[in-house]
Write a protein that binds this ligand. Structure first.
Ligand SMILES: [Mg+2]
Length: 127
């Protein structure tokens, strides 16, 4: 069975795009639209990596990241922040809270898979 990636994004189109790319490349996908569901899934499923949208209502991606890192059960799961924002301050915030990598929207399939391979320690993927 492939590794399972949790996609957290309030935008349905983004979730569909990420699910399609990931499933086409052998990953299992759990996709949710908010922080509450994300934390529930992290508590009940074996998740190998989280793709976390930054801009979401109610609970932002940074807030979810902080909660994950405070939890002994979830703190070890690698996190890639997915953001339309490109301001340095936002990037620094995420890295401070323990994000492993950043992907900026809009992204290509290659960029997404590259970031995932790096974060999961598979090294440099074939170009
Ligand atoms: Mg969003």
């Amino acid at each position: 069975m492939g590794q399972r990636i949790l996609v957290v994004d309030d935008d349905q189109d983004s979730r569909v795009i990420m699910r399609t790319i990931l499933e086409n490349n052998g990953y299992e996908v759990t996709a949710v639209s908010n922080g509450r569901e994300a934390l529930e899934r992290l508590a009940t499923e074996t998740i190998d990596l989280v793709l976390l949208d930054v801009m979401m209502p109610e609970m932002s991606g940074l807030e979810i990241l902080q909660r994950m890192k405070e939890s002994p059960a979830m703190g070890h799961v690698p996190v890639i922040m997915v953001t339309a924002r490109t301001q340095d301050e936002d990037l620094m915030n995420g890295y401070q809270f323990g994000a492993d990598y950043y992907i900026t929207k809009p992204f290509t399939a290659k960029q997404l898979l590259y970031g995932i391979d790096l974060t999961l320690g598979k090294g440099e993927p074939a170009a």
